[in-house]
Design a protein around this ligand. Structure first.
Ligand code: MFN
Ligand code: ZN
Ligand code: ZN
Length: 581
């Protein structure tokens, strides 16, 4: 479509545009400098006067598709009946609050101005299921991260120091399962969970493989750059959710300090003023859950400073927050032992899965209460993560949806970041531990719209190597735009309800040049793309690696020929050619 968005206040951090009043033009789905002649005459004109214009939202970490998300849906009928939506001539029906159906999830992201979402964890054996659900999720361009931190082949290859086979294996796995980046969940620890154990230190070897978390973090981050993968290794650090875990998290981040980022994808870069490439070798996820201080729930406190001080002092780390906005959540992760411990704590219904040779998972309903001492601290910690990282280009806003809370709470999180008054009002409602055991109460920083645009679109896109088309309004970028009914000139952050209202329902969400939602209503169902890394590999290394894989397939309950995910499982498969070293 051809669109002219006139006179909006534009926030486009990758192009250093900070609230300038200007026009944005889109033709054939891409941002263009200007429209002329018939194009201009026929263009759909959108009056954005007095409104905020940003690139479409990009979520670089959300649990929206695949086996474990679906287990969350199946085990929580009580999550459905309170929250549902009837079908319309255009939209499918849908239900679910913390784990919405694929349809509802797509619509709700779109209503908030999001156009791109990456699924945080794809177990290889469950890739088909994940792609089926991504294919059925409307409105969004998507991709997924392949879980490899406890993979038998990789633990063995890395232990043996066979980097060539490890590289061939990862490239083959990315192609076979049509995934985009490497995810590493509780490295070496989830394998131990198969024996009812975990690992508690970076140098602790696991059973049988005698591999340590440090081996896996070092091996995977080096491999990632050897292969030229667009995004850094995505790390869910060990010991998540346990008091005192901030220290192992900080130490994990030190491991890839000297690994040099070498993303090498054959893509056409759109124009951006700022350096749009990533220079980080590790992307830490849901920092809040990995930043617990204290030694027990009784002396629990924030350990966020220990991590943000480190991140502020180095250049190789970027992270997302994992904010806790209070209320209903469903915790779900590849970190089986972490969920087991929450099951012991809460006694809630619980699912635990071992994905043979590859990884595991756990799912459990969870409610964060303002009156609970620990939960009130977690709320403050998530905000500390984003406010203490000085450079917004090192941080990304998430709720680790639905672990800290559903992504539909993003507008509320934005309000807390932009308004000290919003935070103080919440302090007044929640347990005093939030004041006593974090430093958030004394923090006066209030983010502006430029910083919000950075942590919700520009930086997630840059971090995962997609800023040649996402998270920017530079010429050549995807015509994905969010227009919010927020007038920066009259915005009063003490009136934070207006921030929430503004971000909840975008005045317009535009995807590839088409208006797809308008003031909370879906008005069109666009085409969607599924991105994955297609990594060039050495044929000999691949053949000799495949001999091992076929031999080891006797340990799988699945036949080798049923393992790969064919293209037909993907909505518009979009391979990204990646050149290995
Ligand atoms: C990652 O996967 C991912 O992870 C993320 O809920 C996740 O009782 C999964 O509920 C959590 N304890 C407490 O609340 C505090 C301790 C308690 C005590 O032990 O005594 N203290 C008090 O009650 C204080 C009493 C005084 C007062 O001030 O009132 C528990 C409870 C909890 C805490 C439980 N923990 C889990 C948190 C971890 C991981 C959530 C989610 C997690 C999800 N993504 O004078 C007076 O007023 C008296 C004061 C009182 C006194 O001192 O007695 C996937 O990839
Ligand atoms: Zn995680
Ligand atoms: Zn997560």
């Amino acid at each position: 479509g051809t669109i002219a968005i006139k006179n909006g206040y534009v926030y486009d951090p990758l192009n250093d545009i900070n609230g300038e009043m200007m026009d944005i033009f889109i033709k054939d789905g891409k941002v263009v400098t200007e429209l002329s002649g018939a194009d201009m005459k026929d263009a759909k004109e959108i009056d954005a006067k007095g409104k905020t214009v940003m690139p479409g939202g990009v979520d670089s970490h959300s649990h929206v598709a695949g086996a474990k998300v679906n287990v969350g849906r199946m085990m929580r009928p009580e999550d459905h009946y309170r929250h549902y939506q009837k079908k319309t001539p255009l939209t499918h029906s849908g239900c679910g609050y913390s784990v919405p159906s694929v349809y509802l999830g797509g619509y709700e992201y779109s209503k908030m101005g999001y156009t791109t979402v990456f699924e945080a964890a794809v177990p290889p054996m469950e890739a088909r299921h994940t792609h089926e659900e991504m294919r059925s999720t409307p409105m969004l361009d998507m991709g997924g991260y392949l879980v490899l931190g406890n993979n038998w082949f990789l633990m063995r290859y890395l232990k043996e120091g066979d980097i060539d086979k490890a590289a061939a294996y990862v490239s083959w796995m990315m192609k076979t399962h049509k995934t985009y980046g490497i995810k590493c969940v509780n490295p070496a620890g989830v394998e131990n969970w198969g024996w009812g154990e975990n690992v508690g230190a970076l140098d602790q070897s696991n059973i049988h493989f005698e591999t340590t978390p440090e081996d896996m973090i070092k091996g995977l981050t080096e491999l990632n750059e050897k292969l030229g993968i667009p995004m850094p290794v995505h790390l869910h650090a060990n010991n998540l959710g346990h008091p005192g875990c901030w220290e192992i998290t900080r130490d994990s981040l030190k491991i890839p300090k000297n690994v040099k980022a070498k993303p090498n994808a054959d893509v056409e870069w759109s124009e951006t003023k700022r350096d749009a490439k990533r220079h980080e070798s590790v992307y830490l996820t849901h920092c809040q859950f990995n930043a617990f201080g204290g030694t027990s729930w009784r002396d629990f406190e924030s350990g966020v400073k220990g991590i943000t001080d480190y991140v502020n002092s180095v250049d190789h780390v970027v992270m997302d927050s994992g904010c806790v906005p209070f209320g209903d959540a469903t915790v779900m992760t590849g970190d089986g032992p972490a969920i087991h411990d929450l099951y012991v704590l809460t006694g809630h219904k619980w699912s635990n899965t071992d994905v043979e040779l590859e990884c595991g998972s756990g799912v459990l309903p969870f409610e964060y209460l303002k009156g609970n001492p620990v939960h009130s601290v977690q709320w403050a910690m998530g905000l500390e993560v984003l406010l203490y990282v000085k450079d917004a280009w090192k941080s990304i806003m998430t709720t680790d949806s639905p672990n800290g809370g559903p992504f539909t709470k993003y507008p509320q999180v934005i309000a807390w970041l932009m308004s000290n008054k919003a935070r103080q009002d919440t302090f007044a409602e929640c347990h005093k531990w939030a004041q006593d055991r974090t430093d958030l109460g004394a923090e006066t920083r209030e983010m502006d719209l430029f910083e919000i645009a950075t942590i919700t679109r520009a930086n997630p896109a840059r971090t995962i190597g997609m800023s040649y088309r996402k998270g920017t309004l530079g010429v050549g970028a995807d015509g994905d735009v969010a227009i919010y009914d927020i007038d920066p000139k009259s915005l009063e952050v003490n009136d934070y309800e207006s921030i929430i209202r503004g971000f909840e329902n975008a005045a317009y969400t535009i995807k590839a040049g088409e208006v797809v939602s308008q003031m909370g209503e879906i008005v069109a169902i666009p085409e969607k793309n599924t991105f994955y890394s297609d990594i060039a590999t050495d044929e000999d290394a691949e053949n000799s690696m495949l001999k091992d894989v076929k031999k080891w397939f006797k340990y799988y309950s699945l036949g080798f020929k049923h393992y790969p995910t064919p293209d037909k499982y993907l909505a518009n498969p979009t391979p990204i050619q990646v050149n290995a070293e």
